[in-house]
Design a protein around this ligand. Sequence first.
Ligand SMILES: Cc1cc2nc3c(=O)[nH]c(=O)nc-3n(C[C@H](O)[C@H](O)[C@H](O)COP(=O)(O)O)c2cc1C
Length: 396
Amino acid sequence: MRPFLYINLAALALAADPWINEPDTGLEAYLYSTNYTKSSQPLLKDIRGVPDFDWAAEQSLGLQQYSFYRTAAAGEWSYRNNLDVWSKVKFRVRMLNDVSKVNETLPTTFLGYNFSAPIFIAPAARAGYGDERGELNFVDAAANENILYTAALYASKTIEELGAQKKMHNDTLNGPLATFQQIYTNANLSVTWDAMKRAEAQGAKAFVWTIDAPGTATRHRAARYDTTNANAVTSPLTWDLYDQIRNHTSLPVIPKGISTVEDALLAIEKGAKAIYISNHGGRQLDHSPSPLEIAYEIYRNAPQVFEQVDVMADSGVRYGSDVLKLLALGVKMVGMGRPFMYANCYGLEGVTKLIQIMKTELAADAGQAGVADLKKISRNLINARALDDTVFLMDA
Ligand SMILES: Cc1cc2nc3c(=O)[nH]c(=O)nc-3n(C[C@H](O)[C@H](O)[C@H](O)COP(=O)(O)O)c2cc1C
């Protein structure tokens, strides 16, 4: 083939906008310039950003375990969209604002509880693959860094083990550590009521009820290793069931997996005090929208939602700037799932480093964007009109 033909083919490939599985963070090139041994875990000091944890986990976890963490639904288009979509929304940077104290404005509240930053650990099953201390590292890091941890029902540690670990921090914190408990509902509701009772006894402050798993997810990557259905559906999910759960507890019940403005409004009508925007990290239904698209759909159609209830969101968040974009739309708390599972391969130190990276990046990016106070973040900080073509507009 002649050289110009090669060039034309390369141009065509670029025009097709191929998706690169992981961004090139420079980690691999750097490691091979040192005396790094192939497939071993990089030193934690060499981890500079959240995506580095993914690459590092791939080196240290077994294929079956890494695939369980990494898997997503079907062609994984939602997984990729979750990571890609941020670049469609640009910052509208205002200059000459005094941003020197923006890092002091990271602390926030959610459902009345105080946290040091609007960042949380999303509920994800089986943290024990990364480290034998499993979710105990999440409890410790959440306590030390004073951030929100939402424990998964299918955690590697029991509700009581996590409760005991929480109590160990009571002396050092100004009151008990506020954690939420994620639940799936079981066809035999007495199993669900029992789990809720146990979580309440261990001081959970709210329940997060996962509503985006009404059917079995198609996950080829994990199915190869027979690990696809950690969260197999065992009961029909309905708003009536939401009423039943709410009637069963005095704690707030936060529906997790809100993906349209209609369901956000319905949740409020049903009495939810908070809602959780998520597409489960693209693990449930391929072509389900990213949290940025969902938050924007809600913002464009019913912006009052963000005033009426506290909104949390996750899926595809990897940088401080991602958090900033969701905060600009009115989201109060932004979570991550896979990154915490990957960071847990370094134990408590890794989980802590991940939280610190996100806090540092959020403050730095807010400053760069001209945000002086994260609590007064302006909706005009972002131009999200590129999403108008993809989100549903009720009045259109
Ligand atoms: C390994 C793994 C296990 C998960 N298990 C649960 C679960 O048990 N319950 C649940 O509601 N969500 C679960 N999730 C979804 C997360 O709560 C969260 O929505 C998702 O990971 C966010 O996307 P991200 O991984 O891109 O940050 C899981 C996610 C992962 C990666």
